[in-house]
Structure formats: C-alpha cells, structure tokens
Design a protein around this ligand. Structure first.
Ligand code: CO
Length: 209
C-alpha cells in the first residue's frame, strides 16, 4: 500500500472513533470555533501541537513556521495573530520551541542552506546579543538548546511589539503570552516564560491608542 493511503484510511477510523464517543462531535464543531489558545510553533514534524497537549479539534488555533518565529514582515503570521486576538478572542498565546530545532542549529553555523538563511537570520541576531551566555553553556548541542530558549523569549518580545497585542492588553487585559519548550527526546513540555498583560516594554515600541 502506498504510504499516503494509510493516512486516508486512518482518517476514516478516526472519524468513526470520534462519532462513537460523541455523535454530535463534527456537527457541533461545524457551527463555530472557540479556541482559547493560539499556538505559534515550529514546523518540525516531531512537535504536533494537538498531540503533545492532548487537545481536540476546536481548541487550538495554530501557526507554524521554521523555528517558531514572530517575524514583523510575515503577513501570514500577522493575519493569524490578528484574527486570533480580535475575532476569536484567545486568552493565551503560546510560542512553543523545541530542543534540537534544526532552524536554530542552522543559525548557529556558517553553512549556506538556501532561502532559509534569510528566514533564520534573526536567530543569529539573538545569538549575537547573548553571545557570552550561549558560549558559556558547553558544546554545540548545549549552545543550540540555549539559543532555542533565548529564541523563544525573543519571539515573546516580538509579540509585545505588535499593535494587536498592545491593543488587546490595554482594552481587554488579555492575552497572556507563554514561552514553552518541547523536548523531542522525552516528549515533555516545559514552561519557560510567562508574560502577563501590561508587562513593561521600552516606550519606543509602544504605540499610542
Ligand atoms: Co524546529
């Protein structure tokens, strides 16, 4: 059997399982979505948001890209963010990185991989800003994992710099921003950073409302 056919077969079994447990599962979901969480994660196949968090369809609005970046020129990310905050009214935004991230590891080398080099350039900037801290932790693997953590923190800062987050913080005291890291070696998620609405940000980044 072609490998992709397994996926279509598995889907049929999954639908059956859901309907057996709750006959109205799909008809209820078809009416609307009310997710409480926006997930910004890495595209890595080893970190599926719903699977690792035990969440069901309808619970997590998601955006994934290489190395879970909040890039200020990414219209895809910013469309997802605005829709999640202003229309879906999510309460929590989770930036989830992962140890062993290929994008972060690539940024820590001088190799040329292709267009991804431009995409991950900002991770080199994060390294540059925290060089001593990164270099002090040990070998390449440890350095890369330290940079994974710093990169997650940087993306929370990038979220704070957006008008969408600033407006929601002022007007509705939400969402809380979370920086989580997933360990592909043991499957555990760890909360590294939590940023409450109204947390301080240099005034040059603060818009007037
Ligand atoms: Co990754």
């Amino acid at each position: 059997m072609n490998s992709y056919k397994r996926l279509l077969l598995a889907n049929k079994a999954w639908v059956q399982e859901k309907v057996n447990l709750a006959p109205g599962f799909f008809s209820d979901l078809a009416k609307e979505q009310k997710p409480e969480f926006l997930w910004i994660g890495c595209s890595d196949s080893r970190v599926p948001a719903e699977e690792v968090t035990g969440t069901q369809p309808g619970e997590v609005f998601a955006h994934r890209n290489i190395a879970n970046l909040v890039n200020h020129t990414d219209i895809n990310l910013h469309s997802v963010l605005e829709y999640a905050i202003e229309y879906l009214k999510v309460k929590h935004v989770i930036v989830c990185g992962h140890y062993g991230c290929g994008g972060v590891r690539a940024a820590l080398t001088r190799h040329r991989y292709g267009i991804i080099d431009e995409w991950i350039r900002q991770i080199k900037d994060t390294f540059y800003a925290h060089q001593e801290e990164v270099l002090a932790v040990g070998d390449f693997d440890k350095q890369a994992d330290k940079l994974v953590e710093l990169n997650i923190h940087e993306q929370l800062r990038n979220l704070m710099k957006t008008k969408v987050i600033q407006k929601a913080w002022i007007q509705e005291q939400r969402p809380t921003l979370h920086g989580w890291v997933y360990d592909v070696k043991d499957g555990f998620l760890k909360s590294l950073y939590k940023v409450e609405p109204g947390s301080p940000l240099h005034e040059i980044y603060q818009f007037e409302f």
